[in-house]
Design a protein around this ligand. Structure first.
Ligand code: F6P
Length: 379
C-alpha cells in the first residue's frame, strides 16, 4: 500500500448519470486533502473475494465529468442484495459483511465512500454497524431517497423523459392519437410528475394516486370536446393498476426486485378498446439511466463528491451527504434509508398540475391553487 492515507469509493445499485462526476470530485478533492484513492469494482462485490479495485488519480478521472455510467461498474444483484420483493429488506450475511470489513481494515482505508440508492445505502449502514468507516452519497434517478431534496441522476432522467414527451407531442397531434409514455419510478412518481408537467402531459399516473380507466378515458373525451384531438399520458412503471396490481415480468427468483414494465401498453389497449381511438405506447426504460448528466446533476454530483471526501477527512462516519437547498449538508445514513420519499398528492407540484387541468386519473378536477398550504385542491 502507499504511504499516504487512503480513501476507498464504490458505486452500488442501478447506474445513473452523475456517478462518474461523484468519483471525479471525491478523488480530486481527496488528493488535495492528502489522500490516495482506490475505487472498488462492481459495487460491494469488489470488497470480497476476489477483492478487486483500481487506483484512482487525477489522470484516470480526468474527462469523466460528463460520462454516463460508472467507470467502477456496479451491480444491483449479487451477494449483497438487501431488498427482496416490493420494499422488503433482509439483513446481509454477517460473514460477508465481516469479509468486507476485513478488506477495508487490511487495506488500512481511512474511510469508504458508498454511492448508492436506498438499497445500497442500507448495505452501507450495515457495514457501518460492522465497524466500517463509511460515508454515503445518495444516488437514484427515482429521487425517492429521504433526507435530501434531490438525488443526482433525477434531473437527467426528467430531461430525457421531457424530451421524449416533446417529440411525442408533435406526432400525437399530427395523427390525433393517444400516446402513452411509460417512465421509470418503482415506488415514487417523481419522474412522471416532473416530466409530465415539463413536457405538457395531459394525464399523469403515479404510484401515490389511485386512478381508474374511466377517469383516464374521461380526460381524453373532455379534451376532444375542447377540440384537442390527441392526449399525452405519462405513467410511472410502478403505478398500480386500478385493481391494485403491479405490472411486471415474472418474479425476482429469490433476492432482488421484480422487473417492472408493461403498464403503458395495458393503458393504451384499454383506452383504445373503450374509446375506439388509436393509441400507442413508448417505454423509455434505461434511456433514462444512460448518457451524460445535465448541468444540474454535474453540479450536485460534484458537490456531493467533494463533501463526501471532506466528511471522511473529518471522521464523520455513518453520515450521508444531502442537499438542503441551497446548501449541501449531511445526516446519519440511518435516517435516510428504510423509508422512501414519495410524491405528496397534496403537494404544490400536483396542485399546480391540477390547476392547469392535468388529470391524475382520480376524477378530481383542478381547483384553485392553494399557495403555501397542503390542503387538497379540487375537492
Ligand atoms: O431504482 C432505479 C430504477 O431505475 C427503477 O426505476 C427501476 O425499476 C429499476 O431501477 C430497474 O432496474 P434494472 O436495471 O435492474 O432493471
Amino acid at each position: 500500500m502507499s504511504r499516504r492515507p487512503t480513501i476507498g469509493i464504490l458505486t452500488g445499485g442501478g447506474d445513473c448519470p452523475g456517478l462518474n462526476a461523484v468519483i471525479r470530485a471525491a478523488t480530486k478533492s481527496a488528493i488535495r486533502l492528502g489522500y490516495d484513492v482506490v475505487g472498488f469494482l462492481r459495487g460491494y462485490e469488489g470488497l470480497v473475494d476476489p477483492v478487486s479495485y483500481m487506483p484512482l488519480d487525477a489522470q484516470n478521472t480526468a474527462g469523466i465529468l460528463l460520462q454516463g455510467g460508472t467507470i467502477l461498474g456496479s451491480t444491483n444483484k449479487g451477494r449483497f442484495t438487501s431488498l427482496v420483493g416490493e420494499g422488503e429488506r433482509v439483513g446481509i450475511d454477517p460473514e460477508l459483511l465481516g469479509q468486507a470489513a476485513a478488506t477495508v481494515k487490511q487495506m488500512g482505508l481511512t474511510g469508504l465512500v458508498c454511492v448508492g440508492g436506498d438499497g445500497s445505502l442500507g448495505i452501507a449502514q450495515q457495514l457501518h454497524a460492522h465497524g466500517v468507516p463509511v460515508v454515503g452519497v445518495p444516488k437514484t434517478i427515482d429521487n425517492d431517497l429521504c433526507g435530501t431534496a434531490f438525488t443526482f441522476g433525477f434531473d437527467s432522467a426528467v430531461a430525457t423523459a421531457t424530451d421524449a414527451l416533446d417529440r411525442l407531442h408533435t406526432t400525437a397531434a399530427s395523427h390525433e392519437r393517444v400516446m402513452v409514455l411509460e417512465v421509470m419510478g418503482r415506488h415514487a412518481g417523481w419522474i412522471a410528475l416532473h416530466a409530465g408537467i415539463a413536457g405538457g402531459g395531459d394525464v399523469i399516473l403515479i404510484p401515490e394516486i389511485a386512478w381508474t380507466f374511466d377517469n383516464v378515458c374521461r380526460k381524453v373525451t373532455e379534451r376532444e370536446r375542447q377540440d384537442k384531438r390527441f392526449t399525452l399520458i405519462v405513467v410511472a412503471e410502478g403505478a398500480h393498476l386500478p385493481d391494485g396490481g403491479l405490472v411486471h415480468e415474472g418474479d425476482a427468483g429469490g433476492r432482488g426486485q421484480v422487473k417492472l414494465g408493461g403498464i403503458g401498453e395495458i393503458i393504451a389497449r384499454e383506452v383504445s378498446a373503450r374509446l375506439g381511438r388509436e393509441a400507442r405506447t413508448v417505454v423509455l426504460g434505461h434511456l433514462q439511466r444512460g448518457g451524460t448528466p445535465t448541468p444540474f446533476d454535474r453540479m450536485l454530483a460534484t458537490e456531493f463528491g467533494a463533501h463526501a471526501a471532506r466528511l471522511v477527512h473529518e471522521g464523520r462516519f455513518g453520515e450521508m451527504v444531502c442537499y438542503r437547498p441551497p446548501e449541501i449538508a449531511s445526516i446519519p445514513i440511518a435516517e435516510a434509508v428504510g423509508r422512501l420519499s414519495t410524491v405528496d398528492p397534496r403537494g404544490s407540484a400536483v396542485q399546480a398540475a391540477r390547476a392547469l387541468g392535468i388529470g391524475f386519473g382520480d376524477g378530481e378536477d383542478g381547483g384553485p391553487f392553494e399557495c403555501g398550504g397542503s390542503s387538497p385542491s379540487g375537492t
